[in-house]
Structure formats: structure tokens, C-alpha cells
Design a protein around this ligand. Structure first.
Ligand code: AMP
Length: 185
């Protein structure tokens, strides 16, 4: 089993690149953010307990995120491996990954913060299939409609400018040290 982890600030293009790798190499795509958003929109107990963190741009508690990932892996053992999009984001999460096969490849997508802020201001997301667009750089064929599944596009609550700034701070403070750990290896 091949385990690939993707690092990069929110909105740097992790989801887009993960989708390409998944298709090419038959990997599971594990986006913890996408799982959390679907739990929130379904208003499950798990979703409700994470909603406040996400809307503030904070990380969800490690224990909940780790449960999501281990449960996902248990249910998807058929692919050639896993691509982790948005996990691990803390040292504690990285330690858990070591117990479920470790990391074969760590990739970092580096985008300056100013470019992130600009991109996020124009991002539109499909709430059903998670496809993302940008109103100028990558617009859908029909304004406001997902090309892939026809659902109406929305703006993620945590893409609001003040929340994006907080997510960037959290990325630099908590996730970059994890990335440096893999870089050193
Ligand atoms: P993303 O779509 O990856 O940018 O994730 C959206 C939000 O979900 C993040 O800002 C966090 O609040 C939460 N989240 C996603 N993945 C994790 C994780 N590995 N650990 C903690 N919180 C996470």
C-alpha cells in the first residue's frame, strides 16, 4: 500500500492535484475536510461537534479526525494506496499515520499567502461532489452550476476572508512543522 500525503495552505490546490493522482494511480482520496463538511451538512452528532471549530478556521479535535481516518481506511482496503488531502495537520495525527503504514511520499504545494487570499475570495464549491471552481480562473460552463454533477455551487463558510486568514495562521503554526518533519526524512 502506497501512502501519499499532500501539504499546502488552504486553497493551494491540494484537492485538485489529489483528484488527478487518484485517477492515475487508483488510490483512495481521503479528504478529511470533505468528510467533516458532509458530516456537518448531514447534522450528525460528529458533524455538530466539529461545526464551531471549522467555522472559526480552527482545527477539529485530533481524536475525532483520527477516528474519521482510521474508519475510512478500514472500509477502503481495496485500492493501491491512499492519498491524504488535509491530513495529517498536527504532530499527533502524524504519529497515528505511522501506525497505519507510514508515509511513502510527502508532497508540498507552495503558494504565497497573498495568492491564497485572492483565490479563496473567488472560490466556489459543489456541496454534493466537492468539485471546486474559481469565478475568474476556472469558472464552470454555466455560472453557479457544477459541471460534474449539476448541483448549485456555494461558497464555503470557512472561505470568508477573516476565516481564511485564521486558517493560514493555523497552517503556518501547526501544520508546517509536520511538513518539515517529513522534509527532514
Ligand atoms: P480543508 O477542506 O482540508 O481545508 O478542511 C476544512 C476544515 O476542516 C479545516 O479548516 C479544519 O477546520 C477541518 N479539518 C480538515 N482536516 C483536518 C485535520 N486533519 N485536522 C483537524 N481539522 C481538520
Amino acid at each position: 500500500m502506497l501512502n501519499i500525503v499532500l501539504f499546502g495552505a488552504p486553497g493551494c490546490g491540494k484537492g485538485t492535484q489529489a483528484a488527478k493522482l487518484v485517477e492515475k494511480y487508483n488510490l483512495n482520496h481521503i479528504s478529511t475536510g470533505a468528510v467533516i463538511r458532509s458530516e456537518i451538512s448531514a447534522q450528525t452528532e460528529l458533524g455538530k461537534s466539529m461545526e464551531a471549530y471549522i467555522s472559526r478556521g480552527e482545527l477539529a479535535p485530533d481524536s475525532l479526525v483520527i477516528d474519521i481516518v482510521t474508519d475510512y481506511i478500514d472500509r477502503h482496503r481495496d485500492a493501491n494506496g491512499n492519498i491524504f488531502d488535509g491530513f495529517p495537520r498536527t504532530v499527533a495525527q502524524a504519529k497515528v499515520l505511522e501506525t497505519i503504514g507510514g508515509v511513502d511520499v510527502a508532497l508540498a504545494i507552495e503558494v504565497p499567502d497573498e495568492a491564497i487570499v485572492h483565490r479563496m475570495a473567488g472560490r466556489r464549491t459543489c456541496p454534493k461532489c466537492n468539485a471546486t471552481y474559481h469565478i475568474v480562473n476556472n469558472p464552470p460552463a454555466t455560472e453557479g452550476v457544477c459541471d460534474k454533477c449539476g448541483e448549485s455551487l456555494g461558497i464555503r463558510r470557512d472561505d470568508a476572508p477573516e476565516v481564511v486568514l485564521q486558517r493560514l495562521r493555523v497552517y503556518h503554526d501547526q501544520t508546517e512543522p509536520v511538513m518539515h518533519h517529513y522534509a527532514a526524512k
